[in-house]
Design a protein around this ligand. Structure first.
Ligand SMILES: [Zn+2]
Length: 324
């Protein structure tokens, strides 16, 4: 699954196309109408957690004349202008993000006409999504019928000079502005470590808290597995039963691992896993693979070493005050 560092890498691929005119579109999707993008400019992009946001509109002063603001039928431009700031934007059906909405206070001061005419397309890359610039993804193996078939792009944006961006296996949703909460985005300088420690310390398995995008936006399954191994913490240990040093250790490794991964990606270097999808850990112990997740949420495969990551069980530990 594309995690925070990978989505930032995707952003580095799309950034060179900012301010360019979309001369044609392609791809197969029912999530949006790709034709809406033809004739628009790609204005801006942002990454928040595991989401890539791309803004489209006109990059000139003649925004009165273009029809982007008339996308929602039956509303005048001024009605939409009022609505775009008031309207909360649901971020799709990811169970971890159900409560994520665009806060009203993202906009400060009076919005310009151009701001009101920008529309943001949110991309979530699920388990296998990707972005490519000026190249298509090619089949790596035969399908079940023995046929070599290249992956089908969900969206293609063609620019001048035969340059293009291709998006695969992503969920796309229009929204009025990006959802941003830098205090919980692991790759943002504003990431609030104290708040993250408080989130980790609750009576809940740490492997579930780490994947909770409300607290660790950008962290995914690979980061979770690797970080808990590096911190010598069993994934099912409750945060409330771990010493504060262990929680701090998890946090430090999460930040370091994620930043290193991003740097590696930007330098086109690979990443060596310690435990993720491994048979044995670094010390040669047999690794356990289990499907773990919230009671009513998505279960994710979790790799851990029972030797290096001893389970701190609640019955063996003194309950914290919060648990009593
Ligand atoms: Zn081990």
């Amino acid at each position: 699954m594309p995690e925070g560092p990978t989505v930032r890498k995707f952003n580095s691929l799309v950034r060179p196309f900012v301010n360019l005119l979309i001369v044609n579109v392609g791809g197969r999707t029912r999530q949006i109408n790709p034709q809406d993008l033809k004739g628009q400019h790609f204005i801006n992009s942002q990454v928040h957690g595991k989401n890539l946001y791309m803004a489209f509109g006109h990059d000139n002063k003649n925004s009165k004349n273009y029809d982007l603001c008339q996308h929602e039928e039956g509303q005048t431009q001024s009605q939409q202008a009022e609505g775009s700031l008031e309207k909360h934007c649901l971020l799709g059906d990811d169970p971890l993000e159900e409560s994520s909405k665009v806060p009203k206070d993202l906009h400060t001061g009076e919005p310009t006409e151009n701001d009101l005419c920008l529309r943001w397309l949110r991309f979530h890359f699920g388990l296998y999504g990707s972005v490519r610039a000026n190249e298509y993804s090619r089949a790596r193996k035969e399908n079940k019928r023995g046929v070599w078939r290249d992956p089908s792009p969900r969206l293609i944006l063609h620019f001048d000079s035969e340059r293009f961006l291709v998006f695969y296996n992503c969920r796309m949703t229009w929204c009025s502005s990006p959802f941003s909460e830098p205090a919980c985005d692991i790759l943002c300088p504003e990431f609030d470590k104290e708040r993250a420690l408080r989130a980790l310390s609750v009576p809940r398995p740490v492997c579930i808290t780490l994947m909770d995008q409300r607290h660790f936006s950008g962290v995914g399954n690979i980061i979770k597995n690797e970080v808990l191994f590096l911190a010598n913490v069993h994934p099912l240990s409750f945060g409330s039963h771990l010493p504060s040093e262990s929680l701090q250790c998890i946090l430090d490794h999460t930040i370091r691992f994620t930043c290193n991964w991003l740097n590696n990606k930007l330098q086109r270097k690979g990443l060596r896993y310690h435990i993720y999808m491994k048979e044995c850990c670094d010390k040669g112990h047999k690794v356990v693979k289990e499907s773990i997740g919230p009671t009513y949420g998505l279960k994710r495969l979790t790799w851990y070493c029972p030797e290096c990551q001893p389970h701190v069980k609640s019955e063996n530990a003194v309950p914290s005050k919060e648990d009593l």
